[in-house]
Write a protein that binds this ligand. Structure first.
Ligand SMILES: NC(=O)c1ccc[n+]([C@@H]2O[C@H](COP(=O)([O-])OP(=O)(O)OC[C@H]3O[C@@H](n4cnc5c(N)ncnc54)[C@H](OP(=O)(O)O)[C@@H]3O)[C@@H](O)[C@H]2O)c1
Length: 337
């Protein structure tokens, strides 16, 4: 009599089919859960909605040895609140292979390091490793077997020739990536890149984005603000022995290591088929940033405010900043010290 009044036990079936290239695992809402109420006679079937399902407290979130999410297939009997596992976790997220183009550069070398530290295979490619994205030399071999291409190459110049660099390199890379069956293509672009058509280099980067989005490969675009490491080059463009001329253009500098961390994160995830903006935590007028930089370096030159000076004199308003972007942790004063 007592037994007849108790709720019947549940069997909860959890299943997940992991899509290639790291699509979200069960925690990120891919579960299709059905609850089967077992009975003595005919079973009652109660299909619950898909979507995120709270995990049972008795069952830890499945992760692999590196703390990454893994897939699972299994069954648990819920006997009046006691969860008894019937199946094993399986289908661990495999080590992924990344071809990092420009993997010897400022950002590329750090992304390679980060990906390797996360347990992946990440191979840097550049002319110094025998891969040239302009001539196409070594490209097919470089992309063979790659799950993801991360393109961090840069044009040797910022002038009109950069348009040809990004057009030719993207044409070659996209054709090779398609041939190799690459499932995710990541590029690093610039916040506000499509708002500054006056600058050849920005038009070239906007063209790079267009070629990627129009192409055949699922993609992600990370747009970053100006690198803190880029300040020395900016100062050198308009400097003489006594002065550096700089406009008041708002700049939101970001440390290269924070950029590399964001690119690494995006590269390991599913294709965004869109843009992620990342930026430093503070905005400075460029002339003020110049004064802070020279002072920190003990450089006695004076910064003269000149609205037309250098490449950034062409930039209108605050299009190179984005306070709504993902803000990186490193502040400029900390980076300088
Ligand atoms: N500077 C900024 O503030 C800023 C802001 C946002 C986005 N970005 C973007 O960030 C990306 C990376 O910049 P970065 O400063 O890391 O560049 P970087 O240090 O100049 O490195 C450029 C890389 O490209 C490689 N490369 C050049 N020509 C190549 C070719 N023909 N074939 C294959 N590889 C080639 C170089 O190889 P070698 O070393 O062998 O020459 C190097 O590994 C760029 O696309 C840039 O537009 C920059």
């Amino acid at each position: 009599m007592l037994l007849a009044m108790m709720p019947l036990p549940h069997v909860r079936l959890h299943a997940c089919v992991r899509a290639p290239h790291g699509e979200p695992g069960p925690e990120e809402s891919r579960d299709a859960i059905s609850t089967v109420r077992t009975g003595l006679a005919l079973p009652l079937v109660d299909l619950e909605r898909g979507g995120t399902v709270p995990r049972e407290p008795s069952r830890p979130r499945p992760v692999d040895g590196l703390g990454r999410n893994v897939c699972e297939f299994g069954a648990w009997i819920d006997v009046w609140g006691l969860f008894i596992p019937l199946g094993a976790y399986a289908n661990e997220r495999p080590v992924m292979k990344f071809a990092v183009i420009g993997g010897t550069g400022l950002i590329g070398s750090q992304v390679v390091k980060n990906l390797k530290a996360a347990g992946h295979e990440a191979v840097p490619h550049s002319p110094s490793t025998g891969v040239d994205i302009i001539s196409g030399k070594g490209l097919d071999e470089a992309l063979a077997g790659a799950d993801t291409v991360v393109n961090l190459a840069n044009s040797p110049t910022f002038d009109e020739a950069s348009l040809a660099f990004f057009r030719t390199s993207m044409d070659n890379l996209l054709a090779a990536a398609r041939k190799a069956g690459v499932g995710h293509f990541v590029i690093l672009s610039i916040v506000g890149v499509d708002q500054v058509p006056e600058l050849d280099y920005y038009r070239a980067k906007a063209l790079q984005e267009e070629l990627l989005t129009a192409g055949p490969i699922p993609y992600s675009i990370v747009r970053a603000t100006q690198f803190m490491e880029f300040m020395d080059a900016i100062l050198s463009w308009t400097a003489d022995n006594e002065t550096v001329r700089l406009p008041t253009t708002p700049i939101q500098p970001i440390a290269a290591k924070d950029v590399a961390a964001a690119v690494t994160d995006v590269a390991q995830g599913p294709p965004l088929r869109g843009i992620r903006n990342i930026a430093g935590p503070e905005v400075f007028p460029l002339d003020e940033l110049g004064r802070i930089t020279l002072s920190a370096k003990g450089d006695s030159r004076t910064v003269v405010t000149d609205p037309t000076a250098g490449m950034f004199g062409e930039v209108k308003g605050d299009v190179l900043t984005d306070t709504g972007a993902d803000l990186a942790p490193t502040r400029y004063a900390d980076w300088l010290s």
